[in-house]
Design a protein around this ligand. Structure first.
Ligand SMILES: Cc1cc2nc3c(=O)[nH]c(=O)nc-3n(C[C@H](O)[C@H](O)[C@H](O)COP(=O)(O)OP(=O)(O)OC[C@H]3O[C@@H](n4cnc5c(N)ncnc54)[C@H](O)[C@@H]3O)c2cc1C
Length: 386
C-alpha cells in the first residue's frame, strides 16, 4: 500500500495520532462548496495531506468569478498595507511551488508585468508605488525606452513619463488552471461532484452536520464555503453575515494569434495578456468603474483600445466577451477562516483570488487539519465586521 492510499484510508485517525498537544483532530469528512480556483486549491491542499474531501459545484468548475478573471498573479500596487502585500507575495511564491508540483502543467506565464503612464498624476503615483514596493523588497524597477522595447517588442506605447517592470509576476488561464488543479485533486482522492448545488445546511449543536444538495444529503465534519458571490447566501443559512459588495468586470477575448506578449502589459487605457492558447485578453479597469456591458460592440471597443498599443491585434477577431462578478468583500480584503459562531464552518471569500489561491489553500489546510491559527490571517477574519 503506498503512502497516499494509506493516508486516505486512515484519514482522521493517523493524522490525529501525530498531532501536537492541543491540536484539533483531523476531520474525517470535509465538504468544499465551490469549484472556482479558491475551492479547487483548498481541496487540493487538503487532499495532498491525506484528508477526505468532497467538492460540490453547482454548475461546472471555474464557472464563477474564476472563469471571467484576468488572472494576473501579482502584489502591485494596490496590495496594501504591508500585511496584505506580504500575503500576495506568498500567493506568488505559492504558484511557483505549485508550478513545480504540477511539473509545469499549469502553464503559468512567468514574464512579469510592465506598466506605464504619460506625464501626469498617474505617472507620479507609479513612481511613489514603485519606491514603496522597492522598500518592501519587491522585485520591481523603472524601465527606459530601450528596456521597454526589449520586454514588449510588439507594443507601441505613446511617450511615457514613468514605466515599471515587476519581474516576478505572472498570469495564467484561470479556466485551464482550475481544471488542472481539480483533475490532480481527483487523482489524489477528492470526490468532485457537478452539477450539484447546495440548497441548504443541516445544523446540529451549533455546527453544520450536513448539506442538502440537488443530489441528496452529504454528511460532513467540516464545511468550507468557497462559493464566490454566493457565499453570503449560503453563510446566511448558518446565521452568518458575509458582507460582499457588487463589483463587475468585463473582458474581451480575441481569437488565437501568434505570440505577441510574454508578460502582462498595463497600458494607460488597457490591460493585456496572452493566454497559452494564443488568445489575447484585454480589459480596461481593475474595479474602479462598474461596467456591465458585455455586448460584442463593447468588446470591440476594448479590443480597439488594446490595438492602439498592440497593432498586430488588428489581425485577430473578437471571439467572446466575459462579464464577471468579483468576490469583493465590503472592505476589499479577504474573509478567511472558521466562523466564531459556527466553529466547523470555514469561509474563503476573496478578491485577488487567483493570486492568493495557493496560499489560501495551504493556510486553510493548516487551520483545518492542524487546528493552528495562521497569524497572517488575523486581519481577515469574519469577526472584524462585528
Ligand atoms: C473581471 C475580473 C478580473 C479579475 N482579475 C484578477 C486578477 O487579475 N488577479 C487576481 O488575482 N484576481 C482577479 N480577479 C479575482 C479572482 O478572479 C477571484 O477572486 C477568484 O476567481 C475567486 O475564486 P473563487 O473560487 O473564490 O470564486 P468563484 O470562481 O466565483 O467560484 C465559486 C464557485 O462556487 C459555485 N457555487 C456557488 N454557489 C454554489 C452552491 N450553492 N452549490 C455549489 N456550488 C456553488 C459557483 O458556481 C462557482 O463556480 C478578477 C475577477 C474578475 C471578475
Amino acid at each position: 500500500m503506498n503512502r497516499r492510499r494509506f493516508l486516505r484510508i486512515s484519514a482522521g485517525v493517523s493524522v490525529a495520532a501525530f498531532l501536537p498537544d492541543g491540536a484539533r483532530a483531523a476531520p474525517a469528512r470535509i465538504v468544499v462548496v465551490g469549484g472556482g480556483i479558491v475551492g479547487s486549491s483548498i481541496a487540493y491542499h487538503l487532499v495532498r495531506r491525506g484528508a477526505q474531501v468532497t467538492l460540490l459545484e453547482r454548475a461546472k468548475p471555474a464557472s464563477g468569478a474564476t472563469g471571467n478573471s484576468f488572472a494576473w498573479i501579482n502584489a502591485t500596487f494596490s496590495k496594501q498595507p504591508r500585511n496584505y502585500f506580504d500575503f500576495n507575495v506568498l500567493g506568488m511564491s505559492g504558484w511557483r511551488r505549485m508550478d513545480q508540483e504540477f511539473s509545469g502543467d499549469l502553464k503559468i506565464q512567468w514574464g512579469g508585468c510592465v506598466e506605464w503612464y504619460p506625464v501626469g498624476a498617474t505617472a507620479d503615483a507609479l513612481r511613489t508605488d514603485v519606491t514603496r514596493a522597492q522598500q518592501w523588497g519587491y522585485a520591481v524597477h523603472f524601465v527606459d525606452q530601450i528596456e521597454f522595447h526589449r520586454l514588449l517588442p510588439f507594443v507601441m506605447p505613446e511617450p511615457f513619463a514613468a514605466a515599471s517592470f515587476s519581474e516576478r509576476e505572472g498570469a495564467l488561464d484561470p479556466v485551464y488552471a482550475t481544471q488542472t488543479i481539480l483533475e490532480r485533486a481527483k487523482q489524489l482522492g477528492v470526490n468532485v461532484m457537478y452539477p450539484c448545488e447546495v440548497k441548504g445546511l443541516v445544523r446540529a449543536n451549533g455546527k453544520v452536520s450536513a448539506v442538502e444538495t440537488t443530489n441528496g444529503r452529504v454528511e460532513l465534519d467540516t464545511l468550507v464555503l468557497a462559493s464566490g458571490v454566493q457565499t453570503p447566501h449560503l453563510a446566511a443559512m448558518a446565521d452568518l453575515r458575509v458582507p460582499l459588495k457588487i463589483s463587475p468586470g468585463v473582458l474581451a477575448h480575441t481569437s488565437p494569434v501568434a505570440p505577441l506578449l510574454d508578460r502582462v502589459a498595463l497600458a494607460p487605457q488597457a490591460h493585456m495578456k496572452q493566454n497559452p492558447d494564443g488568445r489575447v485578453v484585454t480589459g480596461s479597469d481593475f474595479g474602479g468603474t462598474p461596467v456591465t456591458d458585455s455586448s460584442p460592440e463593447f468588446g470591440q471597443k476594448l479590443m480597439d483600445r488594446a490595438a492602439a498599443y498592440l497593432p498586430e491585434l488588428t489581425q485577430s477577431k473578437l471571439e467572446f466577451v466575459t462579464l464577471g462578478w468579483r468576490v469583493m468583500p465590503q472592505d476589499e480584503y479577504p474573509i478567511l477562516g472558521f466562523a466564531d459562531a459556527c466553529p466547523n464552518l470555514y469561509i474563503a471569500a476573496t478578491h485577488s483570488g487567483v493570486t492568493l489561491a495557493p496560499i489560501i489553500g495551504q493556510f486553510a489546510a493548516t487551520e483545518i487539519l492542524d487546528g493552528a491559527r495562521v497569524e497572517m490571517l488575523a486581519p481577515y477574519r469574519l469577526s472584524r465586521f462585528g
